[in-house]
Ligand binder design. Structure first.
Ligand code: NDP
Length: 293
């Protein structure tokens, strides 16, 4: 059984990003990423801090905007429009979820699609469906695809089953795996909470991607012998023995599933580190496209 080391593969992506940043700097161009946080949700705050820190480490100009929870929709969209017009900024990300009075879809639509490094804008969703490589693909599924390729697992011709159909993970994951060309060409099945005989379907998977949000949902009985399992889940479960009182577990019951797999991602240390790595890579891509280099 191969343990897919997301930390190590993320380091490879960071190395590529760092040298791309240096090449841009040699031409007088500095990629810039703006990260906007509204409110003080602790998990969101920590994600924003990591993105800011990673930008600095890779030589990307980082603009962190922390707005109070009382920020109005109009104020937030006004900031997005300012960032759209700012030539020092190539990527814009509004940390999800915003407070409930904000219409997240409207904010995403306000982002210039050329700067939408999260890949959530309808133009980028369409580009993914159209196999248009100029678009931005959401970072988590893009990271999962990279994990497969870096581990020598070619999805071509294989049966991939994706559990979950969110716009952030499941749906773009399915589109990526079925796209024509490298990292795609799989036969894809998507299952979700309304699927009948879910385990029967997941047992057919050569590659099983779990993006459900339920700790340990995928059991040995869901997985066929020799399958590749990618666990996207990040779930906090109480653990009085842990310093923080909780620990992070995936959507896969790792202990019972791993022995059946040919390859599997751990949680933490699997998909997690890839999401931020692909965000940085998307920022460099946006910078190149906007600067025409
Ligand atoms: P969502 O809640 O948006 O989607 C979950 C999906 O799982 C839905 O499609 C839902 O079905 C399906 N689902 C829920 N319960 C069941 C069930 N009992 N049987 C079958 N399907 C079910 O979550 P996300 O896609 O945003 O995230 C999924 C997981 O990935 C979470 O643990 C999240 O924390 C993690 N995540 C990790 C990231 C990373 O960087 N590693 C980034 C983003 C997310 P239905 O549509 O019918 O409701």
């Amino acid at each position: 059984m191969q343990l897919i080391d997301g930390k190590q593969i993320a380091l490879q992506v960071h190395a590529e990003t760092r040298s791309a940043v240096q090449a841009l700097k040699a031409r007088g161009i500095v990629p810039g990423l703006a990260v906007v946080l509204v409110g003080d949700d602790p998990a969101s705050r920590s994600y924003v801090r990591s993105k800011d820190k990673m930008s600095h480490e890779l030589g990307i100009h980082s603009a962190k905007h922390e707005l109070p929870a009382t920020t109005t929709q109009e104020e937030l969209i006004a900031l997005v429009e300012k960032l759209n017009a700012d030539p020092a900024i190539h990527g814009i990300l509004v940390q999800s979820p915003p407070p409930p009075h904000i219409d997240e879809a409207a904010v995403i639509r306000a982002i210039d699609p050329r700067k939408d490094v999260d890949g959530f804008h309808p133009v980028n969703v369409a580009k993914l469906a159209l196999d248009d490589p100029s678009g931005f693909v959401p970072c988590t599924p893009l990271g999962c695809q990279r994990l497969l390729l870096a581990s020598g697992i070619d999805p071509a011709g294989k049966h991939a089953v994706v559990i979950g159909r969110s716009m952030i993970v499941g749906k773009p994951m399915a589109l990526l795996l079925m796209a024509k060309g490298k990292g795609g060409d799989a036969t894809v099945t998507v299952v979700h909470s309304r699927s009948r005989n879910l385990a029967e379907l997941t047992r057919q998977a050569d590659i099983l991607v779990a993006a459900i949000g339920r700790p340990g949902f995928v059991k040995a009985g869901h997985v066929r012998e020799g399958a590749v399992v990618i666990d996207v889940g990040i779930n906090r479960v109480e653990d009085p023995t842990a310093a923080k009182g909780y620990r992070i577990v995936g959507d896969v019951a790792f202990e019972e599933v791993a022995p059946k797999c040919s390859a599997i991602t751990p949680v933490p240390g699997g998909v997690g580190p890839m999401t931020i790595a692909m965000l940085m890579a998307n920022t460099v891509k946006a910078c190149r496209q906007i600067s025409g280099v």
